[in-house]
Write a protein that binds this ligand. Structure first.
Ligand code: PLP
Length: 349
């Protein structure tokens, strides 16, 4: 009875996750260890079966390393080519360049919904529509790690083939990720990891694999984490994504205004459609020094390359300081951020 209860709670959370992104059917939801593993699952399983020598894989210039390296490794291994959508100085994808890259050799497009380093919100629906017109059998993966907590997600409206995100970025537990996939594509894919829980039957010589999602969930499942994700989804739904989006936009506008007034501060990333993060560099101090001083002031930000070194290269900076805002932040906290930056300038100027 206890184990049946645990399974029921686990599957209930899968159904909630499916509803959270409008997947339509909970069998399209695979639990992984994070966005990184979700992307690797596609690269290893779909990529090694369906992508061949000479094919193209398209990413953008503002991806997290988790959405670069699996494709680099795949390309090197099978002789495929990695194509990169460039971005303009505001950090927006140059769609005309994307259209030029697409061709009948394009087998996969994998881009982020929101850039973790700049906050740019990519036009993922348009990206998917254009991919469908490429002339090839092009699949689309959206890395939604940063979008899941901040905006409404509708994978059927986007019409993407895969969508990946992490529980810990949406107030849930660490060590858990999600991969959405269209059913017929998941059914065509071989397992990525094998072992218990992912089979119909096993003899000593051969195995019949289970249908998705079980086929991709070998081993004891992350039961506690998945149930925790279900609670995080209840929590977010309780606050309301519409409310979250509106309030975070107000925070972003207020903070942008405050920071633009600071002499020597340059904001990196000014996309028209932007999520609630501000990446910046200061003439007067290195991002790590900014981070240290702000930390002492009780303001938590992140300094570094944000696992997005090609993005840093594009903007000719080794690192940035990044302030990320969520619906639990207040305008007073943004005043404190600005005051902290003035303190950095006082110290280093
Ligand atoms: N993609 C983006 C846009 C991210 O921001 C992150 C994490 O910061 C990842 C992928 C990787 O997520 P995880 O470390 O949860 O696998």
């Amino acid at each position: 009875k206890l184990s049946v209860n645990a399974t029921d709670y686990y599957e209930e959370a899968r159904a909630k996750t499916a509803e959270f992104i409008n997947a339509g059917d909970s069998r399209r939801i695979i639990f992984t260890s994070g966005t990184t593993q979700s992307i690797n699952l596609v690269a290893y399983s779909y990529g090694r079966k369906f992508i061949n020598r000479g094919d193209h894989i398209v990413i953008s210039n503002i991806e997290h390393h988790a959405n670069i390296i699996p494709w680099q490794v795949l390309c090197r291994e099978i002789g495929a080519e990695l194509k990169v959508i460039p971005v303009n100085d505001r950090g927006e994808l140059i769609m005309d360049e994307y259209k030029k890259i697409l061709c009948e050799k394009t087998k996969l497009v994998s881009v982020c919904h929101i850039s973790n380093a700049l906050g740019s919100v990519n036009p993922v629906k348009e990206i998917t529509e254009l991919a469908r017109e490429s002339g090839g059998d092009t699949k689309v993966l959206i890395d939604g790690a940063q979008a899941a907590p901040h905006m409404k997600i509708d994978v059927r409206d986007i019409d993407c083939d895969f969508y990946a995100f992490s529980a810990h970025k949406m107030y849930g537990p660490t060590g858990l990720g999600v991969l959405f996939g269209k059913m017929e594509i998941l059914e065509s894919m071989p397992p990525y990891v094998t072992g218990g829980e992912m089979i119909n039957y096993v003899t000593i010589n051969k195995t019949e694999f289970a249908a998705p999602p079980a086929r991709f969930e070998a081993g004891t499942p992350p039961i506690a984490q998945v149930i925790g994700l279900g609670s995080a989804i209840d929590y977010i739904n309780g606050v309301g994504k519409d409310k979250i989006q509106l309030y975070e936009k107000e925070l972003l506008d207020y903070a942008t205004q405050l920071l633009l007034e600071i002499e020597g501060l340059k904001i990196i990333g000014a996309a028209k459609d932007k999520a609630s993060i501000i990446s910046f560099v200061l003439e007067q101090a290195h991002p790590h020094d900014v981070g240290t001083v702000l930390d002492a002031e009780g303001v938590s930000i992140r300094a570094g390359h944000h696992c997005a070194q090609p993005t840093m290269d594009r903007f000719n900076v080794p690192a940035t300081t990044r302030a990320s805002f969520s619906f639990y932040n207040t305008f007073e906290e943004l005043d404190k951020l600005a005051a902290g930056i003035h303190e950095v300038i006082r110290i280093f100027d």
